[in-house]
Design a protein around this ligand. Structure first.
Ligand code: NAD
Length: 335
């Protein structure tokens, strides 16, 4: 295959700031062609097309698929707005990169997963943490250890940035919208998750800040298929101060590993030789290489494999709604 012809659907925050810069670099080297942009907001599409030198601009992806010959599509729209891009790509044999969370509707995710898995197209869900060299280092080290449990603690600070990410019905809450990255990272380290139990502290309508209606706190417990357990706390209490904290720990026999994007520390000692890298850039390179090789196994989060990360966060919401009841992810994934 010569240059991979890419169509970008959704020209918002993540497309502009994270995906397009590395793809634009690859296009300078002749590895990809930014063939077409599509955004329901015509002005956004045109503005970005001008910025990235793209000639073909659409407001309806159906028209884009009819008129353009594409090898791959990036789908970067909010999770409640997914309709048929995934099935169109599966039917037409076009590779697809889908931003997380894939959707908030697990039945829809199952349908998309079956269509994508059955078609043999290359797919990738945007779990870029897997592309940090620090994540690769932890995964490799854990092969020599006996992990017992993991802990994720996220304390977000500040006011909501976008309307849809502050509304529970539009984003699924902070655990689904953000913590899914860390739940997926734990899967990269420890394998698939079997079951979940969760308690949340809800935000009353008067508590704000407006328009936020997502919970204050998410306390989630996981049991992994391999027997390991993990707990993940996400705090969205600190809305009017700009303090934040993020901790990912994996504890094995005689080993406590602390992961961050640029560093790995085991028992107080920093790993040597862990490079800092742009995970979005490495993720784009891996996706394009998989498209060229026509190899659906070559990405680290193919859509069917990533279903377990989505069911783990949607399952947390379901458990919290049911007062902490244990939810089996297999039941969510098979329907
Ligand atoms: N990987 C990460 O770290 C990360 C960070 C931020 C956002 N995201 C994810 O990326 C996705 C997009 O988020 P965002 O922050 O870019 O949102 P955004 O609101 O900034 O942009 C979304 C864009 O999609 C467009 N759009 C909506 N429906 C469309 C449709 N049917 N066809 C074409 N265009 C459509 C909107 O007009 C808008 O321009 C979400 O799933 C979000 O969770 C991932």
């Amino acid at each position: 295959m010569s240059a991979v012809r890419i169509g970008m659907i959704g020209l918002g925050h993540i497309a502009i700031h994270s995906h397009l810069p590395p793809l634009a670099e690859m296009s300078k080297k002749g590895e990809v062609v930014l063939q077409a942009f599509c955004d329901v907001n015509e002005e956004s599409g045109r503005e970005q097309a001008q910025a990235f030198g793209v000639e073909n601009v659409y407001t309806d992806h159906h028209e884009m698929f009819e008129r353009e010959e594409l090898d791959a599509v990036y789908l970067c729209i909010p999770p409640t707005l997914h309709e048929d891009v995934e099935t169109i790509c599966a039917t037409r044999g076009i590779a697809i990169f889908v931003e997380k969370p894939q959707t908030l509707d697990i039945a829809q995710a199952r349908r998309f997963s079956d269509a994508i898995g059955g078609s043999g197209i290359v797919s990738q869900v945007g779990f870029m943490n897997r592309y940090y060299p620090s994540a690769e280092a932890v995964r490799a080290r854990l092969e020599e250890l006996t992990p017992r449990h993991a802990q994720v603690q996220l304390f977000y600070g500040g006011n909501p940035v976008r309307f849809w990410t502050s509304r529970f019905d539009l984003c699924g809450g902070t655990f689904v919208e953000n913590t899914i990255h860390y739940v997926d990272l734990l899967r990269y380290f420890l394998g698939d998750i079997e079951s979940v139990s969760a308690f949340y502290v809800d935000r009353k309508p008067s508590e704000g800040p407006p328009p936020m209606d997502t919970p204050h706190v998410y306390n989630v417990n996981y049991r992994f298929k391999g027997g390991v357990t993990a707990n993940a706390t996400t705090s969205r209490v600190l809305t009017n101060v700009s303090v934040s904290r993020r901790e990912v720990l994996v504890v094995s026999d005689d080993s406590m590993i602390s992961w961050s994007s640029n560093e790995v520390v085991e028992n107080g000692e920093t790993f040597e030789g862990v490079e800092k890298a742009n995970a979005f850039g490495r993720q784009a390179e891996a996706f394009v290489a998989a498209v060229r090789a026509k190899d659906p196994e070559a990405t680290r989060s193919a859509y069917p494999d990533a279903l377990n990360s989505l069911s783990a966060v949607l399952g947390a919401n379901l458990s919290a709604e049911r007062g902490g009841e244990l939810v089996s992810l297999a039941e969510l994934e098979t329907g």
